[in-house]
Design a protein around this ligand. Structure first.
Ligand SMILES: CC(C)(COP(=O)(O)OP(=O)(O)OC[C@H]1O[C@@H](n2cnc3c(N)ncnc32)[C@H](O)[C@@H]1OP(=O)(O)O)[C@@H](O)C(=O)NCCC(=O)NCCS
Length: 148
């Protein structure tokens, strides 16, 4: 199947609740920044144009956050509702995000993918032009007032 009847566009402030609900339903790995406040700040920020939703029949069925920090294009929060998977929606979201990031100057893309997430690994293994980089290890830290 193809991603027919799909609209992909920038997320609107009033859609942040639906996005959080989708991430829960999609089984996206929870993150400390999965809050209405954090999403509302992103939507309204200068980076909000990279926060995309896929809509079908007016409902949010997919998301991606494409970020450009001046060096690399990064993909975050790629998620598609369980009932509409394998219809090319994630691929369409990534393509749209790549177009936006290219226009901002990104020339290399990267996506961090949880090894144990079979769907995600299968998606990225088949994503056109992407290859695994086994050399990398990810380090994370949550900032608090005493460290920021
Ligand atoms: C990973 C995810 C975003 C894929 O969304 P999707 O819309 O179903 O993906 P697409 O339909 O665009 O898939 C494109 C291709 O990726 C591969 N693929 C995607 N899901 C797959 C799966 N479960 N098993 C095997 N291959 C898969 C296939 O090659 C597929 O093409 P095909 O259907 O013609 O065979 C979705 O499964 C999801 O939301 N998972 C939970 C959250 C998550 O893990 N997000 C990724 C974080 S990086």
């Amino acid at each position: 199947m193809t991603a027919a009847g799909l609209t992909i566009r920038r997320c609107r402030p009033d859609e942040c609740g639906a996005v959080l609900a989708l991430w829960t339903r999609a089984g996206a790995i929870p993150s400390p920044t999965d809050t209405p406040e954090a999403l509302a700040r992103l939507v309204r920020s200068e980076h909000g144009d990279g926060f995309l939703v896929a809509l079908r029949d007016g409902s949010v069925v997919g998301t991606v956050i494409g970020g450009f920090d001046g060096w690399r294009g990064n993909i975050y929060r790629l998620a598609v509702a369980p009932e509409v998977r394998r219809q090319g929606i994630a691929r369409a979201l990534v393509r749209e995000a790549e177009g936006l990031l290219w226009a901002k100057g990104a020339r290399r893309m990267s996506a961090l993918v949880e090894r144990g997430e079979a769907h995600a690994v299968a998606f990225w293994d088949g994503a056109p032009g992407y290859r695994r980089d086994e050399r990398m290890v990810r380090y994370v830290k949550a900032l608090g007032p005493e460290t920021a």
